[in-house]
Design a protein. Structure first.
Length: 240
């Protein structure tokens, strides 16, 4: 049973993490429950993108509000980039695309899950421990259909709408998982290649206890690839 002080701590944490948080002058993080999305771009340039779309449809309102504040009320992103297509990274796409008719980009190996051809494999509740792992059979593994809207990331590893960034194929959690790196300051958006709050633990998520952890275990399908992806990202020596 929670003490009053624990309840107050959790409430302060919820309030703190519900707001947009600047990471650098060009990158703003928006939290949606257990995941992040990002607004990336110079506020004065008029060119910006969204990375990932949260785990709830209502997250779109937070994105709209932060985008209007950061880039202006009429601002439109040049693209939406997906690290992968799991339910908790795509939920707000429908309202975002209803307002902004912009291209969505993902790795070509992720496209079957984003064009209605395939569903993701079922989660494994026996790995990882924690309440979220046990609840994982309740989470959606359904693919979505973005035919005509989603496009493969370019083969040259450049990122549409983001000069100075590159995408890196980091499979394991999903076949087409990617991460995004800005070389000049070694800023890395890792998606779920690894995480900084242990995803399986409800208390770690609520308290936002920071620790470098593996990808969310219950939805990771290839642990050899996942290990190689972490090694690739570590070798890049990210700073942020």
């Amino acid at each position: 049973m929670e003490t009053m002080e624990q309840s107050r701590t959790l409430e302060r944490t919820r309030n703190r993490t519900s707001r947009a948080k600047p990471v650098t002058p060009q990158v703003t993080r928006l939290r949606d429950k257990i995941v992040n999305s990002y607004l990336v771009g110079e506020p004065s340039s008029g060119t910006w993108v969204i990375v990932d779309a949260g785990m709830t449809t209502g997250h779109a309102k937070k994105i709209f509000s932060a985008a209007a504040e950061r880039f202006g009320p009429e601002a439109v992103p040049s693209a939406i980039l997906l690290t992968h297509g799991h339910f908790d990274h795509v939920a707000a796409l429908t309202p975002l695309l209803e307002r902004w008719n912009v291209p969505v980009y993902a790795h070509e190996l992720e496209l079957p899950y984003l064009t209605g051809l395939s569903d993701y494999p079922p989660p494994d509740p026996t790995v990882g421990g924690g309440l979220f792992a046990r609840l994982s059979p309740l989470f959606s593994r359904r693919g979505i259909n973005l035919v005509g809207l989603v496009h493969p990331l370019p083969d040259d590893a450049l990122v549409p709408g983001l000069p100075g960034w590159q995408w890196i194929h980091t499979p394991g959690h999903t076949p087409g998982h990617v991460s995004f790196l800005r070389e000049r300051d070694r800023l890395l958006i890792a998606g779920d290649a690894f995480v900084t709050v242990k995803n399986e633990s409800v208390m770690s998520v609520l308290l936002q206890k920071e620790e470098v952890s593996r990808p969310p275990a219950y939805f990771t399908t290839d642990w050899q690839d996942a290990r190689r992806s972490v090694e690739i990202l570590a070798a890049l020596e990210p700073e942020i």
